[in-house]
Design a protein around this ligand. Sequence first.
Ligand code: C2E
Ligand code: CA
Ligand code: CA
Ligand code: CA
Length: 274
Amino acid sequence: QLPLAVLLSLLMGYIVWLATANRMSLNWQISYGITANEFMVYCQPLINAKSGECDGIELLLRWHNPRQGWIAPDVFIPLAERQNLIAPLTRFVIAKVVDELPNLPHCSSFHIAINVAASHFHDRVIVEDLQRIWWPANPLPKLVVELTERDALPVIDQAVVAQLHEIGVRLAIDDFGTGHSSLAYLKDLKPDVLKIDKIFTAAIGTDAINATVTDMVISLAQRLNIALVAEGVETAEQAHYLRERGVDHLQGYFYARPMPIEDFPAWLEQHQAQ
Ligand code: C2E
Ligand code: CA
Ligand code: CA
Ligand code: CA
């Protein structure tokens, strides 16, 4: 009869082995998926809180592969970040939206937001990529780069941020108030936009402490003259609360779920007709 300790360690070993095997195969599959065109660009409308009109979109990656089906960004993005595959994925997103530009609104108020991992800021790579892929397109809507960060507080070269500003790109801090996205960013990066994370939006009317944080983030941004986007808006009550407090843009299922970027022009037409 095997002692329990041996059985347990065998079981643990098996779990670790399974997890590693799974991770390795997913890593390999991300590179393969890029070449095999398995990734898709979705977009979610950004609603101008004052006018109620959609005047921007955020681009969100989707991955559907014939082997495992849909894989959530919260699963493959962290993996891609660790495997240096995030820059190729972001280039794919930029190239795709450049292809779609003829079908998107051309008014000066329309803007496009892309998610960019902190590691992509390293060595000006993001600036070079934008100059190469985004800049030649014509006409160009306004571009917002949403800095996303989940692992550690990175040191972001302020010169890179300055260069982004020079080429007309605005910087947003994503998921503000969660994880590592902190006050230090405000001081160092002087962002143009803060995105209020959906946990703070969800707190409105339900969770007094987090709702207080929401209020503080709003007044902080307003004092520093930083534009605000609230994400995860799911109810009329949340929309009303955020609008009353002067949040500039609202985003969430209450207005629209993310959709394939090809479907956006039809959605916009319908939204404007309402
Ligand atoms: P994020 O940038 O904070 O994006 C917002 C997430 O909230 C999206 O999840 C969106 O589908 C979801 N969402 C939108 N409205 C609502 C709502 O009303 N309620 C709730 N509960 N959720 C809502 P998604 O698309 O699964 O993406 C998850 C995360 O993956 C993103 O969070 C972003 O950090 C990352 N990601 C997605 N696409 C890219 C990309 O192209 N590049 C990078 N670096 N990261 C990406
Ligand atoms: Ca984002
Ligand atoms: Ca976010
Ligand atoms: Ca998020």
